[in-house]
Design a protein around this ligand. Structure first.
Ligand code: SF4
Length: 220
């Protein structure tokens, strides 16, 4: 973890590079259940390769590119399934699917789970730009990677391209729509956030067009 206060580092430690070395979490005293379904939680990667200006993720999690191996992910999922009966898993990663390589890893995880005969459901977070691209260029990869996940958390934050660009979001409003359409046509459910910073609120006061565009997006 790293940070700065008046130019002085607060904490500076070497990032943990080998995520496979993290011990399994113990859920003995925490048995979350949603609507009677036992839920599990797993963190399979640290940091996010994007650098959105409003987000503190990369300042907290430091070096990126750290991911658990598919084998280790499946071991932990199996551990939680056998220990606490978890069948619905929340991937706590900020962005578990930021690039094409991560989709191939998801396919590996799904194949390993099939071999173990585990029928599970996942909640994933993903970046819509890569979803939109794969839907165009490699829809089979998208189908295989997403087949066990039914609920998605996606960050659009705004539907105005100038604001998305100012956020350094690496996403256009067209690709956000394409990405959401790609998920919806596969029968997935999407949960989304819009971000209202001081800048966007000030713009909305002066720009009814911007405001109505975002409201239409929320309603749709
Ligand atoms: S993609 Fe998400 S997690 Fe990554 S920097 Fe942007 S807001 Fe933060």
């Amino acid at each position: 973890m790293e940070g700065e206060k008046e130019g002085e580092p607060i904490i500076s430690e070497e990032p943990l590079l080998n995520l496979d070395s993290i011990p399994f979490a113990n859920y003995d005293s925490l048995k979350p259940s949603v609507l009677g379904i036992q839920t599990g939680s797993i963190f399979t990667s640290f940091s996010c390769p994007f650098r959105c200006k409003f987000c503190a993720n990369y300042n907290f999690t430091g070096a990126h590119g750290r991911r658990m191996s598919p084998k280790r992910v499946v071991e932990e999922i199996t551990h939680q399934n056998k220990g606490w009966g978890s069948t619905f898993f929340n991937y706590g990663d900020s962005t578990i699917l930021p690039n094409e390589a991560s989709f191939h890893k998801m396919v590996e995880i799904n194949n390993l789970l099939d071999k173990m005969g585990l029928e599970l459901d996942f909640f994933l977070s993903c970046h819509l730009d890569i979803i939109a691209r794969l839907d165009r260029e490699n829809p089979q990869l998208l189908d295989h990677a997403l087949r066990k996940a039914n609920i998605f958390f996606v960050g659009v934050e705004n539907v105005n391209n100038k604001i998305l660009f100012s956020y350094n979001k690496h996403l256009s409003s067209d690709n956000a729509k394409r990405g959401i359409d790609a998920l919806l046509k596969r029968g997935k459910m999407c949960r989304n956030i819009l971000l209202f910073t001081l800048l966007t609120i000030l713009i909305s006061i002066f720009c009814i067009k911007w405001f109505s565009k975002n409201i239409r997006y929320i309603l749709s």
